[in-house]
Design a protein around this ligand. Sequence first.
Ligand code: MLT
Length: 334
Amino acid sequence: FLKKVCTLTAAVSAAAMLSAGAVSAKNFKIAVGDSAGSPQEATGKFFVEALEAKSNGEHTATLFLNGQLGSEQDTVNEAAIGTLDMSLLAINNVTPFSPTVGVFTLPYVILSLEDAETLTQGPIGQELTENTLRDAGVRIIAWTYTGFRRLTNSKKPVEAVADLQDLVIRVPKNEIMIETYKAWGINPTPMAWSETFTGLQTKVVDGQDNPYMTINAMKFYEVQDHVTNLRYIFSIEPLIVSEAVFQNLSEEDQQIILEAGKEATLKSAQFLRDSEAAIKEELVAKGMKIVDPENGEAEFIQLATEAVWPKFYDSIGGVEKLNAVLSAIGRDPV
Ligand code: MLT
């Protein structure tokens, strides 16, 4: 009889352990705006690897690439209400929900990968993470570094602001980017990221801007011939987690997620360093013609910074916020 009870007890506690495991093990859903081969996907994979390793295989996450779970801006809403766990998206698509992150989208503020690393991984990045949490109910846990947004179009080489004037350019639904193109003399077409390839293919728009890595991953070379090496925005793309989901986790799991995010951030910078030059060559091999803007981009820079920066001082939290950013990357205040 005793043997039977012992066997039963062992069976019950094994079942209890199993069900405890089954209840706490998580498979987080991560929406990813871009497709396979993109820096977003790379960051997502780095995060999943680190999450699995740090949780000893208890937790994992699944990437849903290419906007399968909705437009990038829609995923912020979904995460805010807790119907989506996580999303990887461009910072410009977070700004409408938390305007202070706009300081990272102001033209010609971030001038290198090193600037982007300094800002995102230092106190400024921390402050913006807290603001995003407060304003949008989402927590930034990792950063993807994707490179400068380059202008592409299907019609002609663009080297000067004058060359832009008869082109219809798609921009994200982001006021700072809309105002930047206005400063360059044109009225751009705001369009969700998930609709952009089709917009280019059907010639609703002639062009758009995104980094080489994104242009390649999204196969824009199939519908765009010309690239202009603008550097007006260095694209950084956070991994956000729903705060409602995060708060439901144990403290230990929260720590695992934050650490996995940090690891993914560092690997993302290395991924860009290792891949961007080769991807640029690939775009040339696929037939894209790449030009530099004339006079070191001087006219683009002057028009954009003079007209656009002051318009957004209020929304980014005051000119002093811009000055804090400039000072953190060794530049003079305005
Ligand atoms: C956009 O242009 O809307 C974004 O930069 C797309 C992206 O996430 O790569």
